[in-house]
Design a protein around this ligand. Structure first.
Ligand SMILES: [Zn+2]
Length: 122
């Protein structure tokens, strides 16, 4: 995979890392959410609705240099690659125990699959 991402992820939170990947807060059909560009598909993006409910998954970075102070190593629920979870994410895991932690590529895959299912259901 040759996804181009900025190289200096050090000391970033997942939120900042996502922001640096081009993810932006947005609104669609009156719903708040995030707009995430699809790696390898310029001009295309995914809309991820925001929710106060238990998340389906927590996104963590799989790059060693994304490690922030206090970050803990774990494995991506989907592909078993090593990911780093920041203290902020660890708090989220405490709030929603049992939520799978997944890496950014798996998050994109999941969201794409969900959107496809939704389209097919329409
Ligand atoms: Zn993964």
């Amino acid at each position: 995979m040759t996804t181009k991402v900025p190289s200096d992820f050090s000391k970033m939170t997942e939120g900042e890392a996502l922001y640096s990947l081009g993810v932006r807060a947005t609104k669609k059909d009156g719903k708040k959410g995030l707009n995430m560009p699809i790696p390898g598909k310029p001009g295309e993006s995914l809309f991820i609705p925001a929710s106060d409910e238990k998340p389906d998954a927590i996104v963590a970075s799989n790059r060693k240099q994304d490690r922030v102070q206090g970050a803990k190593k774990t494995r991506c629920h989907d592909c078993r690659c090593k990911v780093w979870i920041s203290p902020a994410t660890q708090e989220m895991l405490k709030r929603y125990p049992g939520t799978p932690v997944i890496c950014i590529p798996c998050f994109v895959k999941r969201t794409e699959a969900e959107n496809k299912q939704k389209k097919e259901a329409e």
